[in-house]
Write a protein that binds this ligand. Structure first.
Ligand code: LLP
Length: 419
């Protein structure tokens, strides 16, 4: 469920008409509904109520500090993958003991910053990383809390570009090395292994891969305990999919997902950690863009908009589908067209064969499902400023990231004096 609905023929974000935001911030822009973010967080967390589980929002999905702050107030932790995301999460007031640090490559500086902050755990993905983390912790005279991220060799059945849990993917420690590494880490004075972690992929629309992975996690916890190791946490990552088409496939309910995880973990006596990103943020955001012009290319109708693949790159990168809605409803007959951006690449097409009723110059179009991996994956390609982000909360709205000026965009660049 989201909070983007038509009222009097105009698409609103909660109680705010989108043209009002467009007037204030210009186009293109991202807009998020606070009510949807809260609702999605609560629905997810409710499934784990009473279990002591930590819901650590995957910051990479939507990393604006206003959003992190909102989720932090709901009780969320953060799953981070860089020093930058650590900085954001702390800035947003998420307590360090609710932060887990994932990622297949972490720099020594990032490890140090996270140890200084006192995060809950590093999710370590290789023997080399374990050695490096031990080195950094030793210099600081601390023991680094960590989980071993193992590769469960489970096929998530999702797009291969966002699949992470098969044995040849770059992620995680090979299954059969987990026990040896965990026992070695437990014997190291600068390492404090506390659990197992895994993450099998993203936009997963069946419960079976999750069940398989959690079952394997359960087996590993038991095996480690059999060897006398202490295991306090089991991090099962993120990955639950969302509906991207209003008339399309309906992914499993978060409550059914939680029920399966709980069936396999409740009696283990571990703190379960979950890292949802897309599920919370995806359908809480729209990308809003304005029609610049229409173009007939030898019989093919193009609607050219002012947002581009640099702003929302999922269609160009993965061929992802985002439903489009005309902000002003119209009774005109729908006509088929391709909706494309102004970037100088043929892949800068958002939607082919879209049915639009009145895409006249100046009309606003809203792409749905743009809250996750939208703004966070944007770039300034073609020297296009990052689209601003706006948070709506009831009747209020605020610019939570402004559009940079051209001066801002060039502020880090310099021409050497010898040129
Ligand atoms: N935990 C880890 C370790 C991850 O790598 C990810 C996502 C998540 C949690 C959150 O997964 P989610 O619940 O959002 O599915 N850019 C792609 C998605 C890449 C996901 C990368 N890892 C897209 O736009 O579809």
């Amino acid at each position: 469920m989201d909070h983007f609905t038509y009222r009097d023929g105009v698409l609103h974000a909660e109680d705010v008409p989108l043209p009002l935001i467009a007037d204030e911030v210009g186009t293109p822009f991202y807009v998020y509904a606070a009510a949807t973010l809260r609702r999605h967080y609560r629905v997810f967390a409710e499934g784990f109520a009473g279990s002591g589980a930590l819901v650590a929002f995957a910051v990479k999905a939507l990393s604006n500090i206003a959003v992190l702050s909102l989720l932090g107030k709901e009780g969320a932790g953060a799953d981070i993958v860089s020093g930058g995301e650590l900085f954001r999460a702390l800035k947003a007031g998420i307590p360090a003991d609710r932060i887990v640090f994932s990622g297949v490559g972490k720099t020594r500086a990032e490890m140090k910053a996270a140890l200084e902050a006192g995060i809950l755990q590093f999710n370590v993905e290789s023997e080399a990383e374990l050695r490096q983390l031990a080195g950094v912790a030793e210099e600081m005279d601390v023991a680094a809390p960590l989980a071993l991220r193992v590769n469960p060799d489970v096929d998530a059945g999702t797009d291969t570009r966002i699949s992470t849990g098969r044995k040849n993917d770059k992620f995680g420690i090979p299954w059969d090395e987990a026990v040896r590494l965990y026992t070695e880490a437990a014997a190291h004075p600068s390492l404090a292994p506390r659990g197992i972690a895994m993450h099998i992929g993203s936009q997963i629309t069946s419960l079976m891969p999750f069940e398989k992975a959690a079952g394997r996690g359960r087996d590993l916890v038991t095996a480690l305990r059999g060897k006398g190791c202490e295991v306090a946490s089991l991090d099962l990552g993120g990955g639950l999919g969302i509906p991207y088409r209003q008339d399309g496939e309906v992914p499993p309910l978060p409550s059914d997902y939680a029920a399966i995880i709980r069936r396999l973990t409740d009696d283990l006596g571990v703190q379960v950690i979950m890292e949802p990103g897309r599920l919370i943020a995806g359908n809480a955001g729209l990308f809003v863009t304005e029609v610049l012009l229409q173009k007939d290319q030898d019989g093919t109708q193009y609607v050219i908009v002012d947002g581009g693949m640099n702003d929302l790159m999922r269609p160009a990168l993965y061929g992802s589908h985002h439903d489009v809605q005309e902000v002003a409803q119209s009774d005109a007959e729908p006509k088929s067209c391709h909706i494309a951006g102004p970037v100088c690449e043929s892949t800068d097409v958002f939607l082919r064969d879209a049915a639009l009723r009145d895409p006249k110059e100046g009309a606003l179009l809203a792409f749905r499902g743009a809250g996750a991996y939208g703004a966070t994956q944007s770039s300034q390609y073609n020297t296009r400023p990052l689209a601003p982000e706006v948070l709506v909360d009831g009747e209020r709205f605020a610019i939570i990231r402004k559009r940079p000026s051209y001066e801002d965009m060039l502020s880090g660049e310099a021409v050497p004096s010898w040129l």
